[in-house]
Ligand binder design. Structure first.
Ligand code: GDP
Ligand code: MG
Length: 176
């Protein structure tokens, strides 16, 4: 590739919403239903090639992904992981409305950080769409409208929406 860029991403959200599964789906196009939960945080690197549709030039994007653990006891460590990130993916479980409350907590923390330091692009992801019967849709759309953050629905299990999420991220980074 003639062009290359590093892209630092952090995933935050309650435990068991599917953060690690989303990263595995993106990085390896796989899903492991028996994977152990993350301790502390995991770091994943993924090379991703995109072709500029106008010039046909290939660009290499080095994704550097911090997949954090959602447990309360690691919460105070989160700034170590999001401090240098360009993009934060805040994940909740579409079938567990309490995880949306947790997502709101993270968005508020990042917005407070953005006011003082640099800008992290914040994205909200509702995962486990394969299990969802749209039972929480009203509350979710009310929250999304109020928070004014880009919102995606995914299933790490089936792969639905995952490409769209990462394509959005790639498209939104600066060319240069
Ligand atoms: P994390 O704690 O946020 O990293 O969540 P994990 O990725 O470890 O997933 C927690 C549990 O939810 C595991 O049992 C996964 O197999 C399951 N899971 C994750 N994503 C999905 C999904 O999209 N659909 C379904 N049905 N299960 C999922
Ligand atoms: Mg995890």
């Amino acid at each position: 590739a003639s062009k290359e860029a590093d892209l630092k991403i952090v995933l935050l959200g309650e435990s068991a919403v599917g953060k690690s599964s989303l990263v595995t789906r993106f990085a390896s196009n796989a899903f492991d239903a028996d994977k152990e939960s993350t301790i502390g945080a995991a770091f994943i690197v993924k090379k991703y090639y995109v072709t500029d549709p106008e010039t046909n030039e290939v660009k290499l994007i080095n994704f550097q992904i911090w997949d954090t653990a959602g447990q309360e006891r690691y919460q105070s460590l989160a700034p170590m992981y999001y401090r240098n990130a360009s993009v934060a993916i805040i994940v909740f479980d579409l079938t567990d409305i309490s995880s949306l409350t947790k997502a709101e907590f993270w968005i508020a923390e990042l917005e407070a950080y953005n006011r003082e330091e640099h800008k992290i692009q914040i994205l909200l992801v509702g995962n486990k769409s394969d299990l969802s019967k749209n039972e929480n849709d009203n509350q979710i759309s009310e929250t999304v409208e109020r928070l004014k953050v880009p919102y995606f629905k995914t299933s790490a299990k089936e792969g639905t929406g995952v490409d769209e999420l990462f394509k959005y991220i790639v498209d939104s980074i600066d060319d240069g």
